[in-house]
Ligand binder design. Sequence first.
Ligand SMILES: [Mn+2]
Length: 284
Amino acid sequence: MSGATMMRSRGIHYLQQMKAAKVPIDLIEKGQERIIDASLTLIRETAKLRGEFLRALGGVVASTSLLGVPLGHNSSFLQGPAFAPPLIREAMWCGKDIKDPRVLTDVGDLPVQEIRDAGIDDDRLMNVDPLRPLVLGGDHSISYPVVRAISEKLGGPVDILHLDAHPDIYDAFEGNKYSHASSFARIMEGNYARRLLQKLGEGVKGVYISVDVDCLDPGFAPGVSHFEPGGLSFRDAMNILHNLQGNIVGADVVEFNPQRDIYGGMTAMVAAKFVREIAARMSK
Ligand SMILES: [Mn+2]
């Protein structure tokens, strides 16, 4: 950068700071709220339109609705999962896009870094019938609002298949009750789930799948914030998913941390394959 350019950009930065300092905080917050509402409306309307399109196509009972939630601030250690959704999307298709909305439709990303209380205020989150949410995390705190929204919509608790190296049932972690280590404490406390299982057999109805990528041994998925050696192999996890008999009403794939990934996106491919396999099981 030349000296003059540097001076200029510094000058602009200074002006922006001055400007920001003069704008009353309630005005900034009001503006932020409007952006959030507009984005959420856009996501919901996209979902509704795609839902209508699916109904018009006919013969679809349920389809998967891909929703990115770039959430990182409820992490106790690293916030890298906030950068995961675009990388998972990229790895899913390797440059191609899926053309069949009966299997999967993408409704975009929530502007979650702008929502200060994301993971807490879930009332505005989703209403995407007949599309079933498949959430790309982001950190694990997202499971609480998503499961809560699904359970409230279905009018009762779901069963949860929870693949994770950790139970995430701290009442609060480092003082944060919405921490990624507390999501299932909130879910169970609110009666949004009947059972929380780390392995599921047959015959249950209304299953929510929550996959924390760290359920895998770090040898299979090094791109996570918390390494837990001795985990599942990818094949182990696939066998569990393939043997699942329930009606899958929603899912999330969380805690992929691109900042810890190696070999140009190895864990992104792993997360992407989870998403594809779950989408295939969810859509019908
Ligand atoms: Mn975990």
